[in-house]
Design a protein around this ligand. Structure first.
Ligand SMILES: [Zn+2]
Length: 88
């Protein structure tokens, strides 16, 4: 089961908002509705949801499932670099 709703949190102002993720594309940019900051993925992440949200994007969730890891919120910042990515 792929979770499509992810709560993204702005690293600048801390504002968080639940967003529905697209399943057919990665969202590279996200404009914070709190402060207007334009968020971009961190190095090694494929989309803003992987970097700033509690649930990674659908392709990453699926790859985690395939790898035997539960598709839940990531536990650590440096533990999510499987080299795959979903935009490849
Ligand atoms: Zn913000």
């Amino acid at each position: 089961m792929t979770e499509l709703n992810s709560t993204i949190t702005c690293p600048k102002c801390g504002f968080s908002k639940a967003e529905e993720m697209p399943t057919d594309a990665c969202q590279w940019f996200y404009e914070c509705t709190g402060c207007g900051e334009l968020l971009k993925p961190l190095k090694g992440d494929c989309c803003v949801f992987c970097s700033y949200a509690d649930i990674p994007c659908p392709p990453i969730q699926e790859s985690l499932v395939a790898g035997g890891v539960r598709p839940i919120a990531k536990q650590g910042q440096s533990n999510n670099k499987n080299g795959g990515g979903c935009c490849g």
